[in-house]
Design a protein around this ligand. Sequence first.
Ligand code: COA
Length: 172
Amino acid sequence: MRRFAERDLAQFLAYLNDPQVARYQSWESYSAAQARDAIERQQGLDPGLPGRWFTFALESKETGALVGHVALKTTEDGRQAEIGFTLAREYHGRGLAFEAAARVLDYAFTSLALHRVTATTDCENDRSVALLGRLGMRREGHFIQNVWFKGKWGDEYQYAVLREEWLREHAG
Ligand SMILES: CC(C)(COP(=O)(O)OP(=O)(O)OC[C@H]1O[C@@H](n2cnc3c(N)ncnc32)[C@H](O)[C@@H]1OP(=O)(O)O)[C@@H](O)C(=O)NCCC(=O)NCCS
């Protein structure tokens, strides 16, 4: 897990524009300029800055290739955060999203000492729902047609985990 770099552009752009990866995400597509801008905007940011998203790049230890990213948005008061995750399609189903998201949660609760981390997912996004369950995040909300999403009303689940719960589960 590391910061994004200019060399990530081609692979970043490729998976952002994969319809299967974008299906439940906020975007339809990314131009090269938008992707470059997203990478540039991360330069100089640190995780945990109030009100800002920080995006951790995930790199394969074996090949050095960009696998995907995990993003963490700290709330304005700096006490909580929201987590999101995106992997290139060829890396789905290998436990890599779990490994990365668990590491970011660990970092959020130990290094940043946040109180609570939340996540929101489309109810139809089975892989994301399964991952959030595996991470031990609690489903706290089930919203019905709360979001106008890609041409229709969508339902969302909201998940959360508290620092004390995470630390209890992952002691040592
Ligand atoms: C959501 C997303 C990150 C989940 O990725 P994922 O690879 O399914 O999640 P995990 O890392 O937990 O991997 C679990 C799978 O790896 C398998 N696996 C293989 N080796 C494993 C290992 N060593 N350890 C754990 N799991 C392993 C598990 O059996 C499981 O397979 P299954 O899905 O067939 O049951 C991914 O689908 C994605 O990027 N989707 C597009 C973007 C998106 O929608 N993001 C969420 C927005 S809210």
